[in-house]
Design a protein around this ligand. Structure first.
Ligand code: SAH
Ligand code: DHB
Ligand code: MG
Length: 223
């Protein structure tokens, strides 16, 4: 599609090779997801490492994730928070959750992950009702039309300094089209606009290219 797309992929492969050590448990998480027929929607290794570095840079101990899939990003978060840290990850699909649980076991991080099965719009409300402690980092990466609901819930589970990251906010550039017929695009736009208009948040967004095509992250900190 884009003349440079092959180069983008080559650069990703190069930086992943040089900077992102992926051990057997991480490659197995990707491979078992493909073998089980899960969509190719996990973050790229170098993107996952950025998420892990954000956790390390902020000293994060508690991470909340919307959208587990096969648990690839979840394993990166679980490692980043360390043995005394905790990751809560929300997934609606029972089969995906099963794949993810096996991947957590293989990676040796199952004891620090709570995978909550169910629609995240409901399960996150249950976390709030249960009086869950605030999270340090929140990754919003589930069904895009619910992004505004997830951001609202994330804010109720946040404190000053909490970092909120949203995935897939560019969608091959479609994000700039207010007349898109793709509800996911409207979800991405709603996340960006909510981050921009909420006085509690200080936000930006970045485009990314590479092995996952042309996409991006929105990133905010709770003031
Ligand atoms: N964070 C993962 C990728 C997640 S893909 C990674 O980077 O490795 C998006 C996931 O959100 C899919 O597994 C999908 O089943 C899940 N999802 C979709 N709708 C959902 C909902 N309403 N509640 C919870 N999870 C949902
Ligand atoms: C889609 C969702 C994702 O979380 C992702 O990383 C890529 C694509 C999707 O719904 O199309
Ligand atoms: Mg995603």
């Amino acid at each position: 599609m884009y003349e440079s797309e092959q180069s983008w992929r080559d650069v990703d492969r190069y930086v992943i090779e040089e900077l992102v050590a992926e051990d057997d448990a991480l490659s197995a998480a990707r491979e078992t997801s493909r073998a089980a027929g899960l969509p190719d929607h996990e973050v790229a290794p170098n993107q996952a490492k950025l998420l892990a570095l954000i956790c390390q840079m902020t000293g994060a101990r508690r991470v909340l994730e919307f959208g587990t899939l096969g648990g690839y990003s979840t394993i990166w978060f679980a490692r980043a928070v360390g043995a005394t840290g905790h990751v809560t990850t929300l997934e609606v699909d029972e089969q995906y959750a099963e794949v993810a649980r096996a991947n957590f076991e293989r990676a040796g991080v199952a004891d620090r992950i709570n995978l909550v099965l169910g629609s995240a719009t409901e399960t996150v409300e249950a976390l709030i009702a249960a009086g869950e402690e605030p999270y340090d980092v929140v990754f919003i990466d589930a069904d895009k039309p619910n992004n505004p609901a997830y951001l609202g819930a994330a804010l109720r589970l946040s404190k000053s300094g909490t970092v909120i990251i949203g995935d897939n906010i560019v969608r091959n550039g479609a994000v700039t089209d207010p007349h898109s017929d793709d509800p996911r695009v409207h979800g991405s736009r709603a996340l960006i606009e909510a981050m921009g208009s909420d006085p509690r948040l200080n936000a930006t967004a970045l485009q990314t290219v590479g092995v996952k095509g042309w996409d991006g992250f929105a990133l905010a900190v709770v003031t």
